[in-house]
Design a protein around this ligand. Structure first.
Ligand code: NAP
Length: 260
């Protein structure tokens, strides 16, 4: 129950989906979960649920594309707790599902703004505190879509590949500061992001959401898509001291999707 006891963990985009599960699992294992995102109602719900289960959590409103706000939140958390042990760069959007040549520049840039620049800004404003304390853990939530291709969401693929390499570069840059940096690569996980993806696909194709979901299930050799907790436990391992020799690595959690 205490694999990350007393650690201060900022999880971006933890108002729902995978981020919510990460915040809850870290809190269950003793961390102070700093829940962040734009939807205050959901953020307050998540921290309430953590507290009811006996964990510690705080909510900060945070749009990762707003550099001033990122800086303010990082400094507020550090001032209050005297440290920031963990940063999980999880906030992300899928962007439009259409071929590359049909993207507008604005649509393309919006996906990069959240998934790449947002993660960069959070790392930028948290690393100096980690350097000061000579310890830290950063996770980039990439995707199987940062490793293999598929004929959909092209900007998303590009951003997730960027996240994968950002983790490796930061692992090298900050290894001597005792800051470990790793990426995590989920397969399809049932969250609002995937629910919306299925709804859009169903509206376009006329195929029912249930049928489309079955199709996604069969793409994973294990026979089904994953749950947010499947990812959260991978993150827990990487940020715990059990993984003290693990940096610059990529943890694929995908029910076998990328093995074929
Ligand atoms: P989701 O259900 O859509 O949740 C996304 C989270 O990101 C929400 O908490 C949302 O909160 C937050 N967010 C979105 N834009 C933001 C912004 N500008 N600033 C701050 N927070 C923002 O997505 P998910 O499926 O949980 O995905 C989480 C991460 O896992 C993403 O990086 C995604 O690429 C990755 N991933 C997901 C899957 C999957 O199958 N679900 C697979 C591979 C990788 P607010 O709206 O409250 O801001």
């Amino acid at each position: 129950m205490e694999r990350v006891k007393g650690k201060v963990a900022i999880v971006t985009g933890s108002t729902y989906g995978i981020g919510e599960a990460i915040a809850k699992v870290l809190a269950k294992e003793g961390a102070i979960a700093i829940v962040t995102g734009r939807t205050e109602k959901e953020g307050l719900r998540v921290i309430e649920e953590i507290k009811v289960s006996g964990g510690e959590a705080e909510y900060y409103s945070l749009d990762v594309t707003d550099e001033m706000r990122v800086k303010t939140v990082a400094s507020a958390v550090y001032d209050k707790h005297g440290k920031i042990d963990i940063l999980v760069n999880n906030a992300g959007i899928a962007g439009p599902n259409k071929p590359t040549h049909e993207y507008t520049r604005e649509e393309w840039e919006q996906v990069f703004d959240v998934n790449v620049t947002g993660a960069f800004l959070c790392t930028k404003h948290v690393v100096p505190y980690m350097q000061k304390q000579k310890s830290g853990n950063i996770i980039y939530i990439s995707s199987i879509y940062g490793i293999v291709g598929a004929p959909d969401v092209p900007a998303y693929h590009a951003t997730k590949a960027a996240n994968r390499v950002m983790a490796k570069i930061d692992a090298l840059l900050y290894a001597r500061d005792n800051i470990r940096v790793n990426s995590v690569h989920p397969g399809f996980i049932l969250t609002p992001m995937v629910e919306n993806f299925l709804k859009e696909q169903s509206a376009k194709s006329g195929i029912s959401i249930e049928e489309l979901k079955k199709g996604l299930d069969t793409m994973h050799p294990i026979g089904h898509i994953g749950e947010p907790q499947d990812i959260a436990y991978g993150v827990l391992y990487l940020v715990s001291d059990e993984a003290k020799f693990v940096t610059g690595s990529e943890l694929i959690i995908d029910g076998g999707y990328t093995t074929t």
